[in-house]
Write a protein that binds this ligand. Sequence first.
Ligand code: ADP
Ligand code: MG
Length: 650
Amino acid sequence: DGLGSFQNLKHKTPSKGTPQKTKNPEHLRNLLAQRHALPIFPARARLLEELRKNNTVIIIGETGSGKTTQIPQYIHEERLDRKGGICVTQPRRVAAISIAKRVAEEMDTNLGGLVGYSVRFEEAVCPATKVKYVTDGMLLREAISDPLLTRYSWILLDEAHERTINTDVLFGIVKDAQKTRRSLPGHDPLRLLIMSATMDVDHFSQYFGNCPVLYVEGRQHPIEMFYAKKQQEDYVMAAMTTVFQIHREAPPQHDILLFLTGQEEIDSVTTNLRQIAKDGSLAECPRLRVLSLYAALPAHQQLDVFRATAEGERKVIVSTNIAETSITIPGIRYVIDCGRAKVRTYHPGSGFDALKVKKISQAQAWQRAGRAGREASGSCYRAYTRAEFDAMNVNPTPEILRSNLASVMLQLLAMGIKNVVTFDFIDKPSAELLEAAIVQLSFLDAVVIKSDSLELTEAGRKMAQFPLEPRYAKVILSGPEHGCTEEEQAANARRKFTSVEGDHITLLKVFRAFKAAKKNKMWCHENFLNFRNLLYATEVRKQLVQVCERCGVALTSCQQKTDSVRRCLATGLFTSVAELQLDGKYLTLDTKQEAALHPTSALFGGKPAYVLFTELVQTGKAYMHLNSIVDPQWLHDIAPEYFRRKHVKR
Ligand code: ADP
Ligand code: MG
């Protein structure tokens, strides 16, 4: 059943969802008091009444008011989940995991019992799970095998204001499932709750048949706003300077939340802040605890940010936009906003897909500022001028209007939605975007274009089974042809987590060595390798092997012939290749965009003629991450028509 067979990696799943025996009644009383103090608590009765009366309700509440943690508990306490469970979606895996942990604690049960979570490659659920936190991507995947979402009575689409591509598609799917379940005998109604942190929900309400909208009065203390006096050339430096200005003056336990753009930037700022904090001139100041927060961080480190600040201490959290609305950190009195975020942008005309640092919208800027005034009055420092703020977009553009839709389209087709173009999108992507996705899928041999419809091929059906982008699924499917399915999975398993460390074959060697060392922790330590990430890679690989077995993909190994691995990579990623120019620079073949090898790449310094890259990241200059050398002849073998058009010499 789709990915339902994924096993639990971190937690022993209890056989029954029975509550554990309370170890600490004092702690539990304390948690209950906290629950009763949340802004949503006084609205409990009114909320439940609306939920009983209506099949679809929208709820708006300021971040931190208790929507995500409390509403599922209210539904469960009233036993409105007798006939089917409650599924709550989150755009990010960190949020799904940390919130599930918190709710299990509040309900005094084991995680993975009554309360569980399910995110890509990791889950803690059992048949008795009633309250399940999932990423929006996981629910979308579940809908492939169960389009009516029959396991659930309640679907709570959370963080709807973020308008992630998966949530947008889920809007259409749950709306349709609700309608179909109503019309088919023997089905219980599907109840929908759309939760948002921002006010502009007319659009949602219209889309869901003018359903009622409930407002939860938030608790917002006054926030003093500061803008940069002049435009900042170096927002990172400006932000760090501000941290220490605040640190010199503010009383201890008044914590700081600093919004930056991405992992590398955050890691380097965290290191620098820790270094500077040791400076003698700060001896009189509170002790400074510096923590980073971003999606790729291991879960235990993410949970560190919730630990209360000790007496005489101050916490600085350096975060991506994850702390904007998904996660509420107690103790924050100061927010420093760099005014930017890393976003994926796609230009169908050029086929160019990249992570870029971009200005945020005004709505996001207000969300960020709001984090400072949750418990008491606070301050927000914007590393940009008032004029720059005024020039920002009012709202962010929904992701579905600026993304590569190949993955989503493949999933819709696998769900049996024949005419993707007429799908009931809340905001319809442009014909150009839809067209580009169809072209990409046909290049990958996932679909064939018939006169009036799209047909999923056998390969396409298999690709849809993998919890990977179609091009990576294609890489794995091409394994048997080159005798290296096993290696592909290893390389893929590591892709997400070490993309800046080195290249595909390097990673493969690391992975093989790790296995040969019997997954030994000390060995990792001695070799400066991250044990947890490698263990995670082993698990991911195991999951992918299961999908392969289900799809009848033979497991083969190329042993030392690792060029086969690079060949396989090219079958899926052939649109991500750059060519060396006479002047020593690289141009991407697809869009003729200038791109440089990232300094961490094993190929950095060399000048191979053709380089395949896994990701293009734009931070001023465009850098290719995780690269492999490819042979132009392979490219012609893989996609002859495409490369003839790109004028690649053999
Ligand atoms: P909303 O969804 O409305 O933004 P939440 O339900 O996520 O609000 O959070 C409600 C409150 O629960 C937060 O303000 C925070 O104080 C507390 N909380 C949530 N998760 C945790 C956690 N992991 N540790 C400690 N407190 C938490
Ligand atoms: Mg929430």
